[in-house]
Design a protein around this ligand. Structure first.
Ligand code: HEM
Length: 379
């Protein structure tokens, strides 16, 4: 995947580097950001989510005045004939674009710092183009040189973040060695995880291009599924309302892909499947994930139904199960709760109609956006 999807060099040297360093490179992310509740919660606290959520909508239709996350959504400020003190500003936006970019801005700045996002304003647009348009085609085996527009523009949208991540990795090294940092960039909020990974890259002899491909993989893993979940969570809470488990039930569709390294026999009712070394096995958990009984369990004392993970598998299962789960959960709940408590959101045409879904990588995506009216709650 690092070569096909994320632009790593297709060479024996890169493969050797990945084989020897990958576990070491995952450790700083897992220990310092995502793997346990305390680390994930501390990352959320540092992100100042309530303060950021207060700026979720910037009430401006001028690109120059909008926040970075609001730039992909068309913003229409609804004016009123009433005097300003008698009316609350309302804006019309596309909920998916706004939510997804808001979540990604907060997530990426926790990992690579705000300067990275501010120095590369097209990052979010490029990232979603790469994820939505190019990624699925490359997964199905279409070569990156195929003469289609989608591939051409998708590849350009992948190349730009790779170059920017390469430049960021150079700045990290300058910062770590006490040298003047290019552009005098602010490196003060770059995560410890990114700094620790940089030391491993250097020690293990990774080139800057290789570092960038591996960092793009992390950036993708952190955002590609988390932000669509945040969007669906908000859409369900405002329209239905629903809880986060119902959201997972409706939209998560994880698949485990495993490589057999020895002969294995898998029993399947009356059937037996013989797996030979070198075979890939794909386990689409979503096929059996869409049933309320998977997460609603009667409380033994009160008999009331309680929401618990139970048999619900939104993060896949087994040893390769998503390591970012504690972090993704906290991001969805913290950002979701902050937005819900600060903003009133209703559909532009007065009736909620959720869009149809199409497959994503581990979370379904909406086929179209939802235009909504947003205004600040008053207390
Ligand atoms: C709603 C959000 C997310 C979903 C649905 C999701 C889903 C998945 C799935 C299905 C896998 C593959 C599991 C398997 O092979 O059995 C996976 C792996 C992984 N995910 Fe996530 N993920 C999410 C968010 C995150 C976040 C925020 C991070 C943090 C950077 C992350 C980091 C990882 C890592 C490191 C692995 C590889 C685990 C391993 O190979 O040991 N994920 N994720």
């Amino acid at each position: 995947m690092l070569v096909r999807e994320f632009g790593g060099t297709d060479s024996p040297a890169f493969k050797e580097n990945v084989d020897s360093s990958w576990t070491k490179l995952k450790a700083p992310i897992e220990k310092k950001i995502i793997l346990n509740d305390v680390a994930a919660m501390s990352a959320m606290r540092k992100a100042c989510i309530p303060e950021q959520a207060a700026l979720f909508d910037s009430f401006s239709s001028s690109t120059r005045n909008t926040r970075r996350w609001a730039q992909a959504t068309a913003i229409n400020v609804i004016t009123s004939d009433l005097p300003a003190e008698q009316t609350m500003a309302t804006v019309e936006v596309n909920l998916q674009s706004l939510t997804r970019d808001f979540g990604a801005y907060i997530a990426i700045s926790q990992l690579f710092g705000k300067d990275f996002l501010d120095r590369y304003p097209a990052l979010l647009e490029d990232f979603w183009k790469f994820d939505n348009d190019l990624f699925p085609l490359l997964v199905t085996g279409i070569p990156s040189w195929a003469p289609f527009k989608t591939i051409k523009y998708g590849m350009a949208a992948r190349t730009r973040p790779i170059h920017e991540l390469e430049a960021l990795n150079r700045r990290i090294i300058q910062y770590q060695h006490g040298q003047p940092v290019e552009f005098d960039a602010d490196m003060s909020d770059i995560s410890e995880a990114a700094l620790d990974r940089s030391k491993i890259y250097k020690r293990d002899g990774w080139s800057f291009t290789e570092r960038a491909a591996a960092d793009l993989a992390i950036l993708w893993g952190q955002n590609a599924n988390t932000q669509p979940v945040l969007f669906w969570f908000l859409a369900y809470v405002f329209s239905t309302p629903a809880c986060v488990f119902e959201t997972y039930l409706m939209v998560n569709e994880p698949t485990s892909i495993r490589l057999a390294t020895r002969f294995v026999t898998v029993s399947d009712g009356d059937l037996k499947h013989e797996l030979k070394p070198g075979m890939f096995i794909s386990v689409p958990h979503s096929l059996i994930n869409h049933d309320l009984s998977r997460f609603l369990h009667p409380d033994p004392d009160s008999g009331k139904l309680l929401a618990r993970y139970g048999k619900l598998k939104p993060w896949s299962s087994g040893v390769g199960m998503c390591k970012g789960r504690p972090w993704a959960e906290k991001e969805t709940l913290c950002l979701g709760a902050a937005i819900i408590s600060l903003w009133d959101i209703e559909p532009t045409n007065g009736t909620w109609k959720l869009p149809a879904m199409m497959p994503g990588t581990a979370v379904k995506k909406p086929v179209e956006d939802i235009p909504v009216l947003i205004k600040r709650r008053t207390w």
